[in-house]
Design a protein around this ligand. Structure first.
Ligand code: ZN
Length: 157
C-alpha cells in the first residue's frame, strides 16, 4: 500500500518536473531588469542567468523574473519552478522560500511543507550529486539579492 502510494506520487512529481522542463516558465530576457546574476554548477555544467525587476521599498516586490541558461533537466525544471514561485512575492518572502527549499533538499523539511511545484523536486534527494543541480537557480537568486558581485557557483554549497 505504502509502496503503491509513493509510486504514484513519484510519477506525479516526475510529470511536474518534465512539464517544467518541456515548457519552462519565465524563460527569456528581461529588458528592464533591476539586477542580473549568473550561477554555475561545474560538477554538471549547469549555467543559469537570472534577471529580475524588483519594486520599491519597503516590500521590494519581485515584479518580474526571468531566466536563461543551459543545464540538465533537473536544473532547468528547478529554475522554471523558481520563476513561477518567486514572481509576485516580496524579496523577504522569496528569501524565506529559498531557505525552505534548501532545507527540503537537505532533508530538514518534507514535501508536504510546500504548496507549490517545488515539492516535486523532493525526489532529487535520492541522488546527492543532483542536489546541486536543483539548488543552483535558488542559490543564484539568493546571492543576487544579497548583492554578490561574482557569479554564483555550487562549489562548497
Ligand atoms: Zn545538472
Amino acid at each position: 500500500m505504502m509502496t503503491r502510494q509513493s509510486g504514484a506520487l513519484d510519477a506525479l512529481y516526475k510529470d511536474v518536473i518534465l512539464d517544467h522542463h518541456d515548457c519552462p516558465r519565465g524563460y527569456g530576457k528581461l529588458e528592464d531588469a533591476t539586477f542580473q546574476h549568473e550561477g554555475f554548477n561545474p560538477l554538471c555544467g549547469d549555467h543559469v542567468e537570472l534577471a529580475a525587476r524588483i519594486g520599491p521599498a519597503p516590500d521590494h516586490l519581485v515584479e518580474k523574473i526571468r531566466f536563461e541558461g543551459k543545464g540538465c533537466a533537473i536544473c532547468m525544471a528547478s529554475a522554471s519552478i523558481l520563476m513561477e514561485e518567486a514572481e509576485g512575492r516580496t524579496q523577504a518572502s522569496v528569501l524565506q522560500m529559498i531557505q525552505d527549499f534548501r532545507d527540503l533538499m537537505q532533508g530538514k523539511k518534507e514535501a508536504e511543507d510546500f504548496a507549490g511545484d517545488a515539492a516535486a523536486l523532493v525526489g532529487v534527494r535520492a541522488f546527492p550529486v543532483r542536489i546541486k543541480c536543483a539548488l543552483l537557480p535558488w542559490t543564484t537568486l539568493k546571492e543576487a539579492f544579497e548583492g554578490a558581485g561574482a557569479p554564483s557557483t555550487t562549489e562548497g554549497a
